[in-house]
Write a protein that binds this ligand. Structure first.
Ligand code: FNR
Length: 368
């Protein structure tokens, strides 16, 4: 079995190691979805810090797909041009820049976490004066009671669905122009694509609701659109919620996730990034070290897809063991990379005999 610092072949791309920065919203744009100096320093320092793959935060494919008015977006050429400086720097550090393409569905138009994470109605503003908007939902009647307040919702009709697919396709084209080498479709955490997949939030009676086939139609159509424009020599990832963690009702579970992973593999998806939860506030999430790894393992065993494990990884030896023991092909680390932007360098110093070669020349006097 490979180890954490073995390279990861992904089509013609080779990630230098199997440690990735997990996508993490920074809510640090003005209100135009354009990256700021914060994004440049935040993503750039983690590339310096030894991650093999640096994934952007959830990046909205259209303005109403933002969680908050301050999220990153990629719905115009201006966005692609602004992101290019960031991808160039990441590549210069020897890391691979990835972009998470997202649509927040009915969890959009919220205030930032530090402002309460509550819906902003279309006639309201957040504390910075940014307006809310009407959000898109598969089934407004099935909206789970998040935060007490219901957002202003629009039931996605055929035109909306077509628009979402087109927005993903255009966003993938722009991501390529911006220099990204991995496109990750965000289909987890209770956002739009997961909302269609889960029976908790989808009670539609058209071809996008009901059966497994129908509920997963939108994510498959989005992946097909992305694959259409994303070059054959570059990988596509999909982040899914492996389970809704809701035992007491019909919901999305690991068996459906394995089945979806097989379908997505057939459509040219290279890696399933296995997270969980986010669909309903009643979820019972067993948080702790490696808490989502069994979901990743089940998908790895049940499909041809490579898998990324994420959740509760804080220690280099722990990350290394996940790869060595064949439990995951890639380890994504979130909060530990916020505590320590140089987590990858520390991991190399702890695990590798040739750590010097893995550190930036500018920092080498500090390896040991
Ligand atoms: C996240 N997470 C997340 N996930 C995602 O798919 N897209 C996103 O934009 C975000 N945003 C985000 C912001 C912040 C501040 C945190 C802490 C988390 C989830 C994240 O990628 C990861 O899956 C979880 O944090 C679990 O991994 P860790 O933190 O235990 O390593």
């Amino acid at each position: 079995m490979p180890e954490l610092f073995a390279s990861l072949p992904l089509r013609d791309l080779e990630a230098p190691n199997r440690l990735a920065v997990s996508p993490m919203c920074q809510y640090s744009c003005e209100t135009d979805g354009l990256p700021t100096e914060w994004h440049r320093v935040h993503l750039g320092s983690r590339a310096v810090g030894g991650a093999g793959i640096v994934m952007t935060e959830a990046t909205a494919v259209e303005p109403r797909g933002r969680i908050t008015p301050h999220d990153l977006g990629i719905w115009s050429d201006e966005h692609a041009a602004a992101l290019e400086a960031i991808t160039r720097f990441i590549r210069e550090q020897g890391a691979v820049p990835g972009i998470q393409l997202a649509h927040a569905g009915h969890k959009a138009s919220k205030t930032r976490p530090w402002d309460g994470n509550v819906p902003i109605q279309p006639d309201e503003t957040d504390p910075d004066g940014a307006s809310g908007w009407e959000v898109l939902s598969p089934s407004p009647e099935a909206y789970p009671p998040f935060d007490g307040d219901r957002p202003a919702m629009r039931r996605a009709d055929r035109n909306d669905i077509r628009g979402v697919i087109d927005a993903y396709r255009a966003a993938a084209e722009r991501s390529l122009e911006a220099g990204f080498e991995i496109a990750e479709v965000h289909a987890a955490h209770g956002y739009l694509l997961h909302e269609f997949c889960s029976p908790v939030t989808n009670d539609r009676e058209d071809e996008y609701g009901g059966s497994f086939e129908n509920r997963t139609r939108l994510v498959r159509e989005v992946v097909e659109a992305v694959r259409e424009v994303w070059p054959d020599d570059k990988p596509v990832f999909v982040r899914i919620s492996g389970t809704d963690w809701l035992e007491d009702r019909e919901s999305w579970d690991i068996d459906q996730s394995v089945r979806l992973a097989r379908d997505l593999s057939d459509l040219g998806v290279d890696l399933i990034d296995v997270s969980s939860s986010g669909i309903h506030p009643d979820q019972q999430v067993p948080a702790g070290p490696n808490f989502q790894v069994p979901l990743a393992e089940a998908i790895r065993e049940g499909s041809d897809a490579a898998v990324g494990a994420v959740g509760g990884v804080t220690d280099p030896a722990q990350a290394d063991a996940l790869v060595r023991n064949g439990r995951a092909d890639l380890v994504l680390v979130g909060r530990q990379f916020l505590r320590d932007p140089y987590f990858g360098l520390r991991a190399a110093a702890e695990l590798e005999s040739d750590a010097d070669a893995k550190w930036p020349v500018q920092y080498r006097r500090a390896v040991r």
